[in-house]
Design a protein around this ligand. Structure first.
Ligand SMILES: NC(=O)C1=CN([C@@H]2O[C@H](COP(=O)(O)OP(=O)(O)OC[C@H]3O[C@@H](n4cnc5c(N)ncnc54)[C@H](OP(=O)(O)O)[C@@H]3O)[C@@H](O)[C@H]2O)C=CC1
Ligand SMILES: CC(C)(CO)C(=O)C(=O)O
Length: 334
């Protein structure tokens, strides 16, 4: 497709970053977002950068950033990039404006957003997607991609015409037939989100402390055991096989740091999206991450006490913000 028209449904960290890169690659992109960011973008350019030195700055016109779905017009592809709590509302808003069969990719964390969107958009072609890397928003409108990995989405013929646009954007999209495994594999990595949010420090600073890593390993071991029972095989998303990650997390700091420089391309400023939510006083996605593990356990007639505890602690933190040291967090989970 020469110049696909792509809607970013939820112009926040992921949406602005992916949308701006698609724009830089030549696609026709419309951002649907809140009036707050619209007024920022009226004053300041949209700037995107990545950890490998990519930089693109642009001024969006009034037609390129809209705040209601009615202003959107026909779209070739929709990327949904809202937080999980906003998925249903976004789906309902889009349902009145999207032509039948429009491909819609959920570029979100968690394992159930695509289904929620499909329920709200029965006439669209909703597909699960996965975004592995971190995007940090810095005022006024700078979105920085701080970790490695590439986009994935469910294999579907309707996505073939868009692959060149993603490639031109420098964000190749891999089509997969095993999205359940892909999404659970990403969720295993996202089990670090609550730990990073509770720690209140950048990802690297957190991961360089063994007791935080031990908390992550506990949550991952618990999840891997449930996935085995459920017959879901994780795929490898980092340079380390997924099943090995919790073992690596338990290594002493000196050894972990040595391995991490090969294993993790993480920018020193990168933080989890859950930290961003706590910082902004928004409800987090903990119910769509650790909460999904608790639900999976319940469906299998089991319990997931570590993920239950992390869910509870994050909800407490949403009410009364506090920082957990590594040893405090470890003893509260042990
Ligand atoms: N940030 C990251 O590094 C990563 C995030 N992810 C996942 O990607 C998804 C998106 O995350 P992220 O980009 O951080 O989220 P953000 O909160 O930064 O972005 C979502 C934006 O959409 C807006 N929005 C929500 N509902 C509507 C609506 N109905 N109409 C218009 N705008 C709306 C939100 O506004 P408001 O807040 O006012 O509701 C917010 O500005 C999540 O599932 C997240 O877990 C995955 C990998 C990395
Ligand atoms: C990229 C990663 C794993 C970073 O924590 C993430 O998905 C998030 O912040 O939500």
């Amino acid at each position: 497709m020469a110049r696909p028209r792509i809607l970013i449904a939820g112009a926040g960290s992921v949406g602005c970053y992916v949308g701006a890169r698609l724009l830089a690659g030549g696609a026709d992109v419309v951002f649907l977002g809140r009036p707050r960011l619209q007024s920022v973008l009226a004053e300041h350019p949209l700037l995107v950068t990545d950890y490998e030195g990519f930089r693109f700055e642009t001024r969006l016109s009034g037609d390129q950033y809209v705040t209601t779905p009615d202003a959107v017009g026909p779209m070739d592809l929709v990327l949904v990039t809202v937080k999980s709590a906003a998925t249903r509302e976004m789906g309902e808003q889009l349902s009145s404006v999207l032509p039948d069969e429009t491909p819609v990719i959920s570029l979100q964390n968690g394992v159930s957003n695509a289904q929620q969107l499909a329920d709200a958009l029965p006439r669209a072609r909703v597909l699960a997607g996965m975004i592995p890397f971190n995007v940090l928003q810095q005022p006024p409108a700078h979105f920085h991609h701080g970790t490695e990995g590439h986009l994935m989405a469910a294999r579907d013929d309707r996505l073939a015409p868009f692959l060149d646009a993603f490639k031109a954007a420098g964000l190749p999209l891999e089509l997969r037939s095993d999205m359940t495994s892909v999404l659970w594999s990403k969720l295993l990595l996202n089990l670090n989100n609550p730990i990073n949010a509770l720690a209140g420090v950048p990802l690297l600073e957190e991961l360089y402390q063994r007791d935080y890593r031990r908390c992550l390993a506990m949550a991952q071991f618990e999840t891997l055991s449930l996935l085995r029972t459920a017959g879901i095989r994780p795929i490898q998303l980092t340079s380390v096989p997924t099943w090995l990650i919790p073992y690596v997390m338990q290594l002493p700091d000196w050894l972990f740091k040595r391995l991490a420089s090969k294993m993790l391309a993480i920018d020193p400023v990168a933080r989890s999206s859950m930290w961003e939510d706590l910082e902004a006083g928004r409800p987090t996605e903990v119910d769509w991450i650790n909460g999904e593990v608790v639900t999976l356990a319940r469906n299998l007639g089991r319990r997931a006490p570590v993920n239950e505890a992390l869910t509870r602690l994050v909800h407490e933190c949403e009410q009364h913000r506090r920082r957990w040291t590594a040893s405090e967090l470890l003893s509260s989970l042990s």
